[in-house]
Design a protein around this ligand. Structure first.
Ligand SMILES: Nc1ncnc2c1ncn2[C@@H]1O[C@H](COP(=O)(O)OP(=O)(O)OP(=O)(O)O)[C@@H](O)[C@H]1O
Length: 268
């Protein structure tokens, strides 16, 4: 069972990562991660390819459990509950902590069913029409699709499909939405639309976004974590957290030389 009643951390913290190491088999992908995700804010993860941004994001809703070689040491607290405790149901974790992926991946079903399907599986007993409309409105898609709810989700444009996926994530009423490069397959106008949406959604949800686009991190996030990767003598490549701070500090006054070099485009 996961309860939200007590909180051993700061009350503004929804996810507290403590001394996390992540392995794929013998390969150490992330080392010694300590990081707090604040409630109702947007937190961006930036850093060069392979530094473990997506790995960490997937740890937050236990999506890595589906990878056989995956192993985590350390703790991730969702309020006062360690997400990796033996009594925690990963399916329940994924309902509370939803995910939007790099490529829009609507179900090959109608727009309506894309929203209703997950809610129904989760035992939603309320008015389904109302839930579909509310979710699509929150994802800023309702006006564009309200007259064609029976059409396939796959008939929409890429940007619309991504907003449909956001609506689908919202429909099961999560508290946190994880976004793994949600705009990388979208054109600039659709990207802007999704960025505006992220800004609106943080009033109700906590958002963590992985992005390669530093302007995007600067535009949408309140806090930014910069990760880097170091090579070991034995050929390993270990990801680690370099600096975590308010986004304006990371971009205007970074405290670490590596952060300065990365945001000024000198590496990565
Ligand atoms: N399923 C997996 N099995 C084995 N190794 C993996 C797996 N997924 C990721 N890795 C390795 O873990 C390291 C971190 O990968 P991850 O995808 O988390 O990095 P990233 O910072 O998100 O990279 P990118 O920006 O290129 O998406 C990499 O060295 C990657 O090869």
């Amino acid at each position: 069972m996961i309860t939200q009643t007590t909180n051993t951390q700061d009350t503004d913290t929804v996810l507290h990562t403590e001394n996390l190491n992540v392995y794929y088999g013998k390969f150490l992908a992330l080392q010694n991660i300590w990081l707090d995700i604040p409630k109702h804010k947007v937190t961006a993860f930036i850093g060069p390819s392979g530094c473990g941004k997506s790995t960490l994001l997937r740890c937050y809703n236990r999506l890595n459990d589906l990878i056989e070689s995956f192993r985590a040491e350390g703790k991730i607290f969702y309020y006062n509950k360690n997400l990796y405790a033996p009594d925690v149901d990963p399916v329940e974790v994924r309902r509370r902590i939803g995910m939007v992926f790099q490529r829009p991946n609507p179900f090959p079903k109608s727009i309506y069913e894309n929203i209703a399907f997950g809610a129904r599986i989760n035992g939603y007993k309320g008015d389904m029409n109302e839930l579909v409309e509310r979710s699509l409105r929150q994802a800023a898609l309702w006006d564009e699709v309200k007259d064609k709810l029976k059409q396939s989700g796959l008939s929409l444009s890429g940007g619309q499909q991504q907003r449909l996926c956001i609506a689908r994530a919202i429909a099961v009423q999560p508290e946190i939405i994880l976004m793994d490069e949600p705009c990388s397959a979208l054109d600039p106008i659709s990207t802007l639309r999704v960025e505006e949406l992220i800004h609106e959604l943080k009033e109700q949800y906590t958002i963590v976004i992985v992005t390669h686009n530093m302007q995007q991190a600067a535009r949408v996030s309140d806090k930014t974590a910069f990760f880097n990767v170091r090579s070991t003598e034995t050929g390993g490549r270990i990801g680690y957290l370099v600096e975590y701070n308010a986004t304006e500090v990371i971009f205007n006054n970074p405290q670490q030389e590596d952060t300065k070099a990365y945001i000024s485009g000198r590496f990565g």
